[in-house]
Design a protein around this ligand. Sequence first.
Ligand code: GDP
Length: 289
Amino acid sequence: MAQIQWFPGHMAKAKREISEKIKVIDIVIELVDARAPYSSKNPMINDIIKNKPRLIVLTKKDMADENLTKQWVQYYESLGYQAMSVNLKNFNEYQKIIDKCRHVLKEKMEKELARGLKPRAIRAMVLGIPNVGKSTFINRLANRKATITGNKPGVTKAQQIIRVAKDFELFDTPGVLWPKFEDEHIAKNIAMIGSIKQNILPLDDLFIEAMTYLSQNYSSILKERYQLEIDLEDPDWVLKTFDHIAQLRKIKPLKGETDYDRVIELFFSEINDGSIGRITWEDTSCVKD
Ligand code: GDP
């Protein structure tokens, strides 16, 4: 899991480096996590990439709520962006992304040819906050197994261009941007999707937040996964939930008490690997700006 400590200096540097690189590319592929498409966006992305053509790709659609993913794609399209959702573990999806980039730039490239310029490949760059799938995307297209260290803020120095197709090139390191962690809703959601360390926030609070949200929006998942029905009106629901899961999963008591830490650990590991089911942590009504 990608973990970066962001300081104001890092942010300024990342912004500067990316703004510089962007000058020589045709299209930005902005990756966001389909499980929290708003919270996993960089707050300054418009300012950083300005009017550069952009494709918004919602990754991890296999882990997200299908209906909400559709809602989010439509939402971004309604704002005039090109958007799509993908599962980056599915190799067939990569062609769709490249095709969409070609589509976005079709007119520009045709105009260049009409002006007598030499045919050339489209040049793309991947941007996004930690853990949204940037390395997975680039490594797959570069056909390499080793993970590249794209986790440092900004853009790693020795950058190379990978030719992915005759008419498509990609920077081999992604632009790493920061999320908007000051906002409580966003901090919580990016913790849920593993973009910041879950334990940066008090884990028991995060557990309660998650359970409240799930009982309000995904009660069927709680029932299926944990045979659990939560009554939020019951003042003891939190303790009962802990006890229930501990019993169900045969978590050994600690000094005669439920081992709360183990329950939390188990719960978040199922959230992180997606085994809990398909969950999206926000719908389009959360957008503030
Ligand atoms: P980066 O920090 O943005 O470079 O993110 P990584 O490429 O390292 O991906 C973070 C984690 O998410 C890795 O464990 C990937 O295997 C996983 N991942 C990336 N994209 C997808 C996806 O579309 N679906 C699923 N299920 N996992 C994904």
